[in-house]
Design a binder for this molecule. Structure first.
Ligand SMILES: *[C@@H]1O[C@H](CO)[C@@H](O)[C@H](O)[C@H]1NC(C)=O
Ligand SMILES: *[C@@H]1O[C@H](CO)[C@@H](O)[C@H](O)[C@H]1NC(C)=O
Ligand SMILES: [Zn+2]
Length: 504
């Protein structure tokens, strides 16, 4: 017994120290935990790679997180010999999606979404970068200090890369040093509202604030994103405020936010976007209208301003393209958002504008909350939280509906990657091109699936998504962020190695 003990003990302690050493070194060399691949030097091959020069059959070489070469080749096996090749066959290899409009709500409202669940959902949906909105977190990101809180809250929780918009609010709009502090701290641009935001510490701005913001942004060459609705006091609006109308009926809600609100806001914006023209006082600044819903007069005004040389872009969201007011059932507040989803005819016009290039890009406007605030029991459209949960689904949704309108893979990549990258100033993202970050989504366009409770959904609250119950096509196989395979076939990398993107 004694002898055994004396022999075993040193052996045991040797084993323990080895184990300790192993754990220490493996947690240090975190590259392997950041990726589901044990190496960072490899080729991704496929018959359909979406590049800025068209769709090719070939392979993308990834080394140290970047795309170092792209080759077109018929016979991959011969060329590569012993190189590591991940062959995706007929699946599409495309630049990862860049979502310039997502609300992850942390710090302060992590129970609504949070960086961890939100970026896991993004990775599972083929989104490799998202830009977080300055509100629905608490506090809102409106100063250097509050941006710091964001970055701290995001630490070790990002499965994809995340940038931040700052808020333009009355409190900082006339204070150049406050705005410069926020911009110097790294926000990629600013965001403001022309109507109440629904969040107390994020008050709305008027055109004077916006003009000031644009003048500061001009120096930084960063954009201002604007929620373009102005409350216009119409007859039906007054009636509704007086309690006339069934709050469970979607049409009641729709009448509270008519297209004239969007039109009034765009009209007002165009009085200040003039300044962004070449040779004008805010040259270098750019105005971006978020989530356009009105495809009629608002869009006409936007087209006109663009043709006059205003530095202006506009996005819409999949929910305005997938749904129409007519199909929204009484009490189904999953569909409440602002501006509202409008009628079928408006939807067709939005598609037309998108396909003709008048709408520049798409974004999710993923804006979740806790299920309780959706008031499913009452089904009250006027009091329920407004916001559609969609982050993980935007690729299959855009594709499922878009292919009926003839959307090509090039258009998809332009709307979801190339143009969003340009808006956010992301120099090395947005295209499968040599020298760029290896931010890539691999997906099967023809694979259909049912979005039900059996579908692995990573949003914190899947049940509140308006897309549940739909049948979609477009299954994400793999997502690479800076060369790390962060998601593959239902599995995430064990360590969250996405980085905060700060403007310099
Ligand atoms: C402007 O903002 C700075 C913080 O960057 C603050 O110290 C200063 O008091 C503000 N000025 C005014 C007039 O509010
Ligand atoms: C915007 O609001 C500010 C007060 O924050 C006010 O001084 C300014 O005159 C307003 N501008 C317009 C166009 O209403
Ligand atoms: Zn939003």
């Amino acid at each position: 017994m004694e002898i055994l003990k004396w022999r075993v003990l040193p052996l045991l302690s040797l084993l323990v120290s080895f184990l300790f050493f192993y754990i220490k070194t493996s947690s240090k060399s975190s590259t392997s935990d950041c990726s589901l691949l044990p190496y960072d030097d490899y080729w991704i091959s496929s018959k359909r790679i979406v590049t800025p020069n068209g769709i090719i059959s070939g392979a993308v070489e990834v080394k140290g997180g970047n795309i170092v070469s792209i080759v077109e080749t018929e016979d991959l096996n011969e060329k590569f010999g012993s190189a590591r090749v991940i062959d995706y066959g007929e699946a599409i290899v495309m630049p990862g999606l860049i979502d310039v409009h997502a609300h992850l709500d942390e710090p302060g409202r992590a129970e609504w979404e949070g960086f961890s669940s939100g970026t896991k959902a993004a990775a599972a949906g083929g989104i490799t970068t998202l830009i977080d909105m300055p509100l629905n977190s608490h506090p809102s990101t409106i100063s250097e200090e509050t941006l710091r809180l964001k970055i701290e809250a995001a630490e070790d929780k990002l499965y994809v890369d995340v940038g931040f918009w700052g808020g333009l609010v009355p409190e900082n709009a006339f204070n150049t040093s406050a705005l410069e502090g926020l911009l110097n701290a790294g926000v990629l641009g600013l965001k403001s509202f022309m109507c109440p935001s629904g969040i107390n510490d994020f008050p709305m701005t008027n055109s004077s604030h916006i003009k000031e913001g644009l003048h500061v942004l001009a120096k930084y060459k960063r954009p201002l994103l604007v929620h373009a609705e102005i409350q216009v006091d119409t007859e039906s609006h007054r009636e509704l405020q007086d309690g006339i109308g069934d709050a469970r009926s979607y049409s009641t809600y729709l009448r509270t936010r008519p297209p004239s609100w969007e039109e009034a806001a765009v009209r007002e914006l165009l009085t200040v976007t003039k300044d962004t023209r070449t040779g004008w006082p805010a040259e270098g600044a750019h105005l971006h209208i978020v989530h356009l819903s009105d495809a009629r007069y608002s869009l006409d005004l936007i087209k006109e301003a663009k043709s006059n040389g205003d530095s202006l872009t506009v996005e819409t969201c999949p929910h305005y393209l997938a749904f129409s007011a007519e199909e929204i059932q009484d009490g189904d507040t999953r569909f409440k958002c602002a501006p509202p989803i409008r009628d079928e005819n408006n939807k067709e016009k939005l598609w037309e504008a998108l396909m003709e290039g008048h709408i520049d890009m798409l974004s999710s406007d993923h804006s979740p909350t806790i299920p309780e605030l959706k008031l499913f029991n009452e089904g009250d459209f006027l009091r329920a939280w407004g916001g559609i949960s969609s982050l993980q689904f935007v690729l299959p949704v855009t594709w499922s509906y878009g292919k009926k309108y003839g959307m090509s893979l090039d258009q998809l990549a332009s709307l979801w990657s190339e143009r969003p990258a340009k808006l956010a100033g992301l120099e090395f993202k947005g295209a499968v091109a040599t020298g760029n970050h290896a931010d890539i989504v691999v997906w099967e366009p023809d694979a259909e699936f049912e979005l039900d409770e059996n579908h692995a959904t990573y949003h914190k609250h899947p049940s509140i998504s308006a897309y549940m119950g739909r049948r979609l096509s477009g299954r994400v196989l793999a997502t690479f962020v800076r060369g790390n395979l962060v998601y593959s076939e239902g599995k995430h990398a064990t360590t969250a190695c996405g980085v905060p993107i700060l403007a310099k």
